[in-house]
Design a protein around this ligand. Structure first.
Ligand code: NCD
Length: 307
């Protein structure tokens, strides 16, 4: 079902497929925690990051190595032939001859899809500009399943819903699970109309507001995001919305006891460090879950038939 296919957006996933990735990730958790494995021995994963990354890059690398495979790295664009003017298409054709799969993060929307058109091996989109971030969504769903409940979920997506690719992918995937979604953002950073249209076509109940206090009492998951400074055409526009939300333990007192707080990270100042020690914080668990989820994807895309 998964072999040799690209992972570009959540639109390519059915709910059954997502559930099967989650189930596999759960069975691979012991390996994510250090149990030895040679499932991907002899396989090579190429990492092409044209934008900064800590978690996504390093959890892909960890996932591959923990399964016995290895990684090759483009390094910085400046250190590669991209700096000589090589096109993305040529870069991908060449690297596709070295590796068994390619992970790409790039500032331009649609770049992972373009890469997939030239790649002889599976391409995994690790973020294309303000577009999509499907592997983050899979780990987000995994976190919700492990730490809360994916059924009958009420969730608030908070912060930069315009430029944030994690929330674009996540909102779509949540619509497959019948979640109630509150979209909480400054008016200038609302969720794009196209994604809202997708949500309503799936019958998803969506509520839009700029005021988190309106929904804090009823939600099960609070998904905070960073205002995506690097995507603003005008730095003054960024300054106007920079400190729109700031989650504190006092604010969480209004929420359900069982509420979990998530964040794809990195955070800037939207969650104060004091929240880290509350029983609600799950964002560091979430970043760990990137390892088993990416292990599951890599195994599905590259693993042998009998594994
Ligand atoms: C996110 C991203 O790169 O879109 N980070 C991540 O992959 N964990 C979120 C962000 O940068 O704000």
């Amino acid at each position: 079902m998964f072999k040799k296919r690209h992972v570009l957006t959540m639109r390519e996933f059915s709910r059954d497929e997502i559930d099967s990735v989650i189930e596999l990730a759960s069975s691979l958790e012991p390996y994510a925690r250090g149990k030895k494995s040679s499932m991907l021995e002899g396989k090579i994963l190429a990492l092409l990051f044209f934008e900064p990354s800590t978690r996504t890059r390093m959890s892909f690398e960890t996932a591959m190595k923990r399964l016995g495979g290895s990684t090759i790295n483009l390094g910085s664009a400046e250190a590669s032939s991209v700096a000589k003017g090589e096109s993305l298409a040529d870069t991908i054709r060449v690297i596709g001859g070295y590796a068994d799969a390619i992970v790409i993060r790039h500032p331009k929307e649609g770049s992972a899809r373009l890469a997939s058109e030239f790649s002889p091996v599976p391409v995994l989109n690790a973020g294309d500009g303000a577009g999509h971030h499907p592997t983050q969504t899979l780990l987000d769903l995994y976190t919700i399943k492990k730490e809360s409940n994916l059924d009958d979920l009420s969730i608030a997506l908070v912060g930069d819903l315009k430029y944030g690719r994690t929330v674009h992918s996540l909102a779509y995937a949540l619509s497959l699970y019948g979640a109630d979604i509150s979209l909480v953002s400054p008016p200038a950073l609302r969720m794009p109309e196209a994604i809202k249209a997708d949500l309503s076509s799936k019958g998803t109940h969506v509520y839009e507001t700029s005021d988190l206090t309106e929904v804090i009492e009823q939600i099960d998951v609070l998904y905070m995001t960073r205002i995506q400074r690097e995507r603003f055409p005008d730095p003054l526009e960024y300054q106007k919305v920079a400190r729109s939300y700031r989650l504190t333990p006092e604010f969480l007192a209004e929420a359900k006891k069982t509420l979990i707080v998530m964040h794809p990270l990195p955070r800037v100042d939207e969650i104060t460090p004091a929240v880290d020690s509350t029983p609600n914080a799950r964002y560091f668990h979430q970043s760990f879950y990137g390892v088993p989820i990416r292990m599951a994807l890599l195994k599905l895309l590259m693993g042998g038939d009998n594994d």
